[in-house]
Write a protein that binds this ligand. Structure first.
Ligand SMILES: [Zn+2]
Length: 158
């Protein structure tokens, strides 16, 4: 297994997530480069034989995305083709990540409704998508990981 930069789980250990170093580095460097603007992308990985979600890859900003303070509208340009290639390597869409520049990594109302829509949308093939938020500033980064269930519940991992 590659380096696990983060390991987190729900209180009942039903949901366990591993973020590999390469994926975390991408998120941190993109967050730093975006300065005060929100940035993000998708999370790609697999479920290992212990039932843990292993996030191997995080993508940067797809072409066509519009960025601004707290407005992050992602277009899917290029992501469909990437996901098709990864599927053949047994790596799948696992969820989303974005930054909250200078703010706590707490999912907001828009975050929750976006993730619930993804959970309910069969096109994503991901009924329990993960949301990773990078908050704070350089030197005091805070990261949250939340799993959204298709019944509307959100489970915070620690
Ligand atoms: Zn957010």
């Amino acid at each position: 297994m590659a380096d696990a930069a983060i390991q987190a789980q729900s209180a009942d250990a039903r949901f366990r997530v591993i973020v590999e170093t390469g994926a975390l580095d991408l998120m941190l460097s993109n967050t730093r480069a975006a300065k005060d603007r929100e940035t993000g992308g998708i999370l790609i990985g697999h479920i290992d034989n212990e039932g843990r979600a292993v996030i191997r890859e995080a993508t940067g900003k797809p072409r066509g995305s519009i960025f601004g303070w707290y407005t992050f509208v992602r277009k899917t340009a290029g992501l469909g083709a990437l996901l098709k290639r990864r599927w053949r390597e047994n790596q799948y869409y696992l969820g989303e990540w974005h930054s909250h520049p200078g703010m706590p990594p707490v999912p907001g109302g828009q975050d929750r409704s976006t993730m619930r829509a993804i959970a309910a949308d069969g096109a994503y093939c991901c009924p329990e998508p993960i949301l990773l938020i990078v908050g704070g500033r350089d030197g005091s980064r805070e990261i949250s990981i939340t799993v959204f269930l298709s019944n509307g519940d959100a489970v915070q991992l620690r």
